[in-house]
Ligand binder design. Structure first.
Ligand SMILES: [Zn+2]
Length: 187
């Protein structure tokens, strides 16, 4: 197994095992010279094989085999410093996105790594040009963004770094939910 496939399959497996994607949800990509390598549409991230990876040029036609979010991944490579992207559907972050335009972690790791995370809202939250532009705009200056009701898009120098931001944000969102409505006596 080559290094690229190994990174895709290990990150995909960890995303799935940690409940941050459903069986066939989410997608991953990595920037290459003049192109990107992205998971195919309908791929199971927990079980990625060579046949699940599709090469897409940074300009020109996008193969119909590529993920439905290929347009968004490409816009992010064209407009940001991203070397890799992780798109997941972490449930606590998604649930919180219905109530916030900005997510501010309260736990120490989240507050340190991701002090403030933007939530964007678009009329077509899957596969649209509108979504691609909104996400790429935020990722110019931030490592991760949440699309309301849909999920997270994180960039990194590699898949593992993008996975890390996804993981930190979801843990922070779990803490925010656990704190919600809790009122302990002060002594
Ligand atoms: Zn999605």
């Amino acid at each position: 197994m080559d290094d690229l496939l190994r990174a895709f399959s290990q990150v995909g497996r960890d995303l799935w095992r940690s409940g941050m994607v459903t069986s066939h949800g989410g997608n991953l990509s990595v920037r290459r010279e003049g192109e990107m390598v992205i998971t195919r549409t309908g791929a199971m991230l927990g079980h990625i094989t060579q046949g699940d990876l599709v090469r897409v040029p940074l300009e020109g036609e996008i193969s119909p085999r590529a993920s439905r979010e290929a347009l968004l991944h490409r816009a992010s490579y064209l407009h940001t410093s991203a070397e890799a992207l992780v798109h997941a559907h972490p449930v606590h972050a998604i649930a919180l996105s219905f109530f916030r335009y900005t997510i501010v972690p309260k736990d120490a790791e989240g507050a340190y790594i991701l002090p403030s995370v933007s939530v964007v809202e678009v009329s077509q939250p899957i596969g649209s040009q509108e979504l691609a532009q909104a996400v790429a705009q935020v990722l110019k200056n931030a490592p991760i963004v949440v699309v309301k009701g849909h999920g997270t898009f994180a960039k990194g120098r590699g898949l593992w770094e993008a996975f890390y931001y996804t993981s930190v944000l979801e843990a922070s969102c779990r803490v925010l939910w656990l704190l919600k409505g809790v009122s302990f006596p002060s002594s």
